[in-house]
Design a protein. Structure first.
Length: 319
């Protein structure tokens, strides 16, 4: 029994906001610095009041449409997000309500930018166990809400959006191998350390990052976890048809592809147009690659995430 992807969908809010637009809004930055350091040229930013559940619902509807399923046919909904609408109920329950599904298990996963790899791996275990037949796995974020727009070292890096897949139990190959890891001792290099306490936000409610520490960590673990999942499936990393890594920085993406022997032409890149959308980045990139005709049925696709926690993970699948 495999868990097979039978539909993908995504959604980006509003018009692209370019690096030049950000500088025009008064951020002390420039296009050349951002492009050279990160590869980012533009990102999408949700209007105030637009929530992760709204973005995630549209992505989910598009994935259901591709799968040819009604929302009522789904029995598991997992949402990866670090920017939930509320402390509770979960964003998964809110999306379930918006979709009109009743009765499916629904919960959120918090693994920051690795969230989609975590959520997909969890859904696969449910399906392989036989307990569930059809899952919606969604990554949805409005990171613009937790950015300090006075911190030019972080606010130019992120964007908003959502991506989703529908997984179905199948005899034909689907997800071939998964690997998830974390190292909580590294929680300080990327975090939002604020809390809500007694009706007040206490501490710092904005995203903080030691960019160079994150960079070094990401390049190392993305290569290691790719080797691990390919090893589990008795494949060489160079046999992968498409690498879809977390979209944070083009230099991390290129370094990872090089270490793994995967040519640049087989690496899906959206960071230039999406920025870093955290848990949404991988399903957004997958959906774009499927709808553009790059990723074809039968091809081997390696999805990878890395992010705050620190967390990292990979999913190798036959599309
Ligand atoms: O999902 C996980 C996500 N995060 C990542 O993957 C991020 C990984 N890290 C990185 O991508 C890089 O570390 C950054 C792109 C975040 C930063 O690049 P860097 O080469 O490590 O730059 P830096 O932080 O050391 O800053 C270098 C200079 C500083 O100026 P001085 O002190 O040398 O005069 C910064 O003030 O660049 C300046 N700077 C900027 N200049 C223009 C920082 N941000 C900006 C900016 N525009 N937006």
């Amino acid at each position: 029994m495999y868990a097979r992807v039978i539909g993908t969908g995504s959604y980006l809010p509003g018009n692209p906001v370019s690096n030049i637009d950000l500088a025009a809004r008064g951020i002390d930055t420039n296009d050349d610095w951002i492009v050279t350091r990160t590869g980012i040229r533009s990102r999408h930013l949700a209007e105030p009041g637009t929530s992760s559940s709204e973005l995630g619902t549209i992505a989910a509807q598009r994935a259901l449409e591709m799968a040819g399923l009604a929302a009522s046919e789904i029995d598991l909904i997992i949402v990866a997000t670090s920017t939930p609408d509320f402390i509770f109920p979960s964003t998964a329950c809110l999306i379930q309500g918006r979709l009109g599904n009743k009765g499916a298990a629904a919960f959120d996963v918090q693994a920051v930018c690795s969230g989609f790899a975590y959520a997909l791996a969890i859904a696969e275990k449910f399906i392989r166990s036989g307990s569930h037949k059809r899952a919606l796995v969604i990554g949805a974020e409005v990171f613009s809400r937790i950015l300090d727009w006075n911190d030019r070292g972080t606010c130019v890096l992120f964007g908003d959006g959502a991506g989703a897949v529908v997984l179905e139990a199948s005899d034909s190959p689907g997800i071939l191998a998964t690997a998830l890891h974390a190292d909580g001792s590294q929680n300080g290099i990327l975090n939002v350390p604020g809390q809500i306490c007694g009706g007040q936000v206490t501490g710092d409610p904005f995203l903080r990052m030691d960019g160079q520490a994150v960079f070094k960590f990401a390049v190392r673990v993305l290569a290691e976890v790719a080797e691990e999942v390919c090893g589990s499936a008795n494949m060489a990393t160079s046999d992968v048809d498409w690498l879809i890594p977390h979209q944070a920085n083009i230099r991390i993406i290129e370094a990872t592809g090089k270490k793994l022997g995967i040519d640049r032409s087989r690496v899906i890149v959206t960071v230039d147009r999406h920025g870093n959308t955290s848990a949404a980045s991988v399903p957004l990139a997958l959906d774009e690659a499927v709808r553009s005709g790059n990723v074809q049925r039968g091809q081997k696709v390696l999805l990878e995430g890395v992010g705050g926690g620190f967390t990292w993970g990979a999913v190798l699948l036959q599309f």
